[in-house]
Design a protein around this ligand. Sequence first.
Ligand code: TXA
Ligand code: MG
Length: 331
Amino acid sequence: MPFNTKILDASSPAAISVAASALREGQLVAFPTETVYGLGAIATSSIAVAKIFEAKQRPTFDPLIVHIADRAQLSDVVTHLPPLAKALADAFWPGPLTLVLPKQATIPDLVTAGLPGVGVRIPAHPVALELLRAVGLPVAAPSANPFGGISPTTAMHVADGLNSKLPIILDGGPCQVGVESTVVSFMGDRPVLLRPGGCVVEELEAVIGPIERAAPNAALDDAAQPAPGMLSRHYAPATPLTVVARKSDASSIEGLQCGLLTYGEQPFSGSFVRIERLETSEDLQTCASRFFAALRSLDSCGLDVIIAHMFPDHGLGIALNDRLQRAACRS
Ligand code: TXA
Ligand code: MG
C-alpha cells in the first residue's frame, strides 16, 4: 500500500519521538547521517527489515549496516570486538566507519545476507544519534535510494527516489561527509577493506597498520561474492558516464550533449551543456560533500553523456574514484 510520505523537520519538537515510534512499530524511517541518508528499520525484526529490501528493490544478497547509538549497544549486535577493531572504534566512532564483526543470534540472517558477520557503526550525526537513543534498539539502514542508484544527501533526494514507499523522512539538512562509510571486515585473520568511504584508509592504517584490499568482484548477480554488495555497477546515474584522468583534456564529444563533473581550476576544451565544478581547489572534503548532488543534477539535464574528471588517488579521492568507476560501469 502506498504511503503519504511526510518530511519532518528534525529540529521540530515532536519529530524525533514520532519517527522513533514509527520505527518501533516496525515502519521504515529515512534519517540523516553524516555520510548519506539512511533508510532505517529495527534491525532485530525480520519483518521490518524485509520492508527495506522491498522499498529499495534491493537483492537480498546485499547485507545491511546496523546503526547503534553508543558502545553499550554493541553487545546487542556482535559477539565480541577483536583488539584491532576496538582500536578503530576507539579512534573513529562516532563516525563514517563500519566494522564487520561476528553477529549476535538476535540479528536476523536477512540483515547480513546469511553471513556470520554484521556491519555495525555509530554515526556522527546529532539527529541520527538522537533518533537511535529514542528508539533504544539497533537500526538497520542502507542508503535511502532505489537499489543501484545515486545515494541521497538531502531529504529531497530521498523523496525523489522513495516517495510513497515509506511514511516518514526526517529532514536534518544536507549531509556533511557526502560519501558512505568505509567498511572494514574483521571476519578473517587480518582486517580487510571492503569499501573505501568517508574515513580515510591511510588514517585507519596509521592506527592499526596495513589493511588488506578486497579483490574487486565482477558480476551483479553473483551471490558468492567475497565482499557482498560491492557490485561493479552502483551509485549510477541514468545518463552514461565516462571517467577521464584529470590531467587529460576533457573535451566534449562532437554532436553529443555533454555534461562535465570536475573540480579545481584546470582548463578543458569543448563545449559542455552543463558543468558541475565541485570545488575550485583540491579540497576533497568539499568535493565529497557535493559529489552525489552534482551527479544527480547532471543526471536530470537529459544529457547524452556525463564526463567526469578522476580525483587524486589518496584520502577521500579513493572513495570518490570508487564511486565514479561504479557509476560509469554499464554492465
Ligand atoms: O554511510 C553508510 O554506510 C550509509 C549510512 C546510511 O550509514 N549506509 C550505506 O549502506 O551505505 P548500503 O547498504 O548502501 O551499503 C552497505 C554495504 C553493503 O553493500 C556491503 O558492501 C557492506 O556495506 N556490508 C554491510 N554489511 C556487511 C556484511 N555483513 N558483510 C560484508 N559487507 C557488508
Ligand atoms: Mg547504498
